[in-house]
Ligand binder design. Structure first.
Ligand SMILES: Cc1ncc(C[n+]2csc(CCOP(=O)(O)OP(=O)(O)O)c2C)c(N)n1
Ligand code: SF4
Length: 303
């Protein structure tokens, strides 16, 4: 998906092009890294949705994939390893009019950030979470990660990983996630469509993205995925059917389904339920917006 001359209308009536989302920074990723496909897909999704750069906040952690906000001309926040989800939740609570996205690796999201991830699934804040799942710790040179297949030889498992991998899709479903999808970095056009669907979701939207790491993962290559990927849409999968989603989420081998596994819009987003936000977003409220009598009554009752 190269940068072309297209100009598409933004929601506030401007004309946007793919260049509007680009920075001067040149990615330091290895040539051929799957993160390039994810970057292209994200720019394309925002462009097609007419979401202007100033309306987006992109939060990441630490890792190869977490460098992505450097290459997007949107608001960005690089947090500690594993911590982007709570920071993103804070952004969403402060200003729900912003589009809040998190982009991080499988180690960041499902490993060190696993606790935050589980609680984000059940809280359901309006965050789009793009996980660059390369099944390895890449930035730190190839240690096994929570999604590394059992038996895989890595720098920290020279005789083969002995742990069973986490299944991110089933874990998210079990934790109460309301939008669970899987994409492939090798097909940025399809991935852009998936990200657009996630952007339309009311609450937390997980997009687990199969991301070839050509340097440290010699097993899950572009060709390996191309031979196995099947499209849920083409197979008539119904994303409102939880049991069917659970079934399909268990497939990772000869067949690897991509697309939206599960989606429900029945669960309100976290920020819709927080009592303190009922009078509007924090950023739009005056600093003296405090009912002193009500505050003192509350203090008397609770303290
Ligand atoms: C608290 C903390 N622990 C460990 C590290 C070292 N560290 C940096 S990136 C990383 C793993 C990155 O793997 P992943 O999140 O999957 O991203 P990738 O590099 O594969 O894109 C680790 C362990 C760190 N920076 N901070
Ligand atoms: S080490 Fe792997 S994940 Fe990191 S930039 Fe290179 S190919 Fe991409």
């Amino acid at each position: 998906m190269s940068v072309d001359g297209r100009r598409l209308p933004s929601r506030d009536g401007r004309q946007l092009s793919a260049r509007d989302y680009m920075t001067e920074q040149r990615p330091t990723w290895c040539p051929g890294c799957g993160d390039f496909g994810i970057l292209a897909a994200l720019r394309e999704a925002l462009l097609q949705e007419g979401i202007a750069p100033h309306e987006v906040i992109l939060v990441s952690g630490i890792g190869c994939g977490s460098k992505l906000p450097d290459y997007m001309r949107v608001n960005g926040f690089l947090t500690l390893h594993g911590r982007p989800l709570p920071i993103a939740t804070g952004f969403r609570l402060a200003n729900p009019s912003m589009r809040v996205l998190v982009v991080d690796g499988d180690g960041d999201a499902y490993g060190i950030g696993g606790n935050h991830w589980l609680h984000t699934c059940r809280r359901n804040p309006g965050i789009v979470h793009l996980v660059e799942n390369n099944q390895i710790y890449a930035l730190t040179k190839g240690q096994y990660s929570p999604t590394t297949e059992q038996g895989t030889r890595t720098t920290t498992s020279p005789e083969g990983a002995i742990e069973r991998p986490v299944n991110p899709l089933r874990t998210a479903l079990a934790a109460g996630a309301t939008f669970v999808a899987r994409g492939f970095a090798g097909e940025p056009k399809d991935l852009a469509r998936l990200i657009r669907e996630a952007l339309h979701h009311r609450g937390y939207a997980l997009v687990d993205i199969l991301q070839p790491c050509i340097t440290y993962n010699k097993v899950n290559t572009y060709d390996w995925y191309a031979e196995r990927i099947v499209r849920l849409e083409a197979e008539g999968h119904d994303p409102s059917d939880f049991d069917a989603a659970w079934e399909r989420a268990g497939e990772f081998g000869e067949r690897i389904p991509v697309g939206i596994l599960y989606r429900t819009e029945e669960v309100p987003a976290y920020e819709e339920k927080v009592p303190g936000l009922q009078r509007g977003p924090l950023v739009q409220r005056p600093l003296d917006d405090l009912d002193e009598a009500a505050f003192e009554a509350l203090q008397r009752e609770l303290v």
